[in-house]
Design a protein around this ligand. Structure first.
Ligand SMILES: [Zn+2]
Length: 228
């Protein structure tokens, strides 16, 4: 074996089993788009978990790699700033983006649904159940006070998450385009200690969406994408 072959063998061994990471490429808009080199969100971390292994196995938790980095970093920051709060994410999109029923958007790796953080009847942060029987959480209806059975929305934890996402995104040179959350619940967010920051930095439209965003909030990230 000559020296060049030796180096080649070393290179191949070092890279076997792992593809070389590269940036995702988003195309078009969240409503009509696609994604290349999409990456899967981790199924769980110290303070977060996905909404279910079946949708994960159905490849419904892919995003742009920059979005993944922001989401994971934000969760890590929250693990320090709010160690008693736990979070759950939900639908994001397919690895190649494109039509993602039943959603209208979620087409180019930049849209992410998060389940509302909740507290149980003992006032302890917990995950509300997301199973096939409640359409992985999407069939759950919270009332206008943020209550569902023994669960109540933890608005302070929710606001902290949005603010942390916004700050981490800006550190990555990315903006939050908008956060969709039911208008009848928004006052509860603005009453938290993060109210002023949210008013001044984050767009949360007052208009009703085609679905009521009570059990989840939808975040669109703003990245420059290629033309479709
Ligand atoms: Zn959504």
């Amino acid at each position: 074996m000559n020296y060049f072959s030796f180096l080649l063998v070393i290179f191949l061994v070092a890279h076997s089993g792992s593809s070389i990471a590269r940036d995702s490429i988003c195309y078009g808009s969240t409503k009509k788009g696609k994604l290349e080199y999409g990456v899967k969100l981790p199924d769980k971390g110290t303070n977060f978990i996905s909404y279910g292994s079946f949708p994960e196995l159905s490849n419904r938790t892919y995003v742009h790699n920059k979005v993944k980095d922001i989401i994971v970093r934000a969760y890590n920051n929250l693990a320090s700033t709010r160690p008693d709060s736990v979070y759950k994410y939900a639908e994001t999109g397919f690895k190649q983006g494109g039509h993602f029923p039943p959603h209208i958007t979620h087409q180019n790796g930049l849209s992410v649904d998060f389940m509302v953080p909740v507290k149980n009847h003992n006032n302890v942060s917990t995950y509300f159940p997301t199973t096939q029987s409640n359409r992985y959480g999407y069939n759950v209806e919270f009332d206008k006070h943020g209550k569902y059975k023994n669960y109540s929305i933890d608005f302070e934890a929710l606001a902290a998450h949005i603010v942390t996402l916004d700050k981490v995104a800006k550190n990555h040179g990315v903006q939050l385009w908008r956060v969709l959350f039911s208008p009848d619940l928004q006052d509860n967010l603005y009453k938290t200690s993060y109210g002023n920051y949210l008013k001044n930095n984050v767009i949360i439209p007052k208009k009703e969406s085609w679905v009521r965003h009570d059990e989840h909030y939808h975040v669109d990230f703003s990245l420059k994408c290629e033309k479709l």
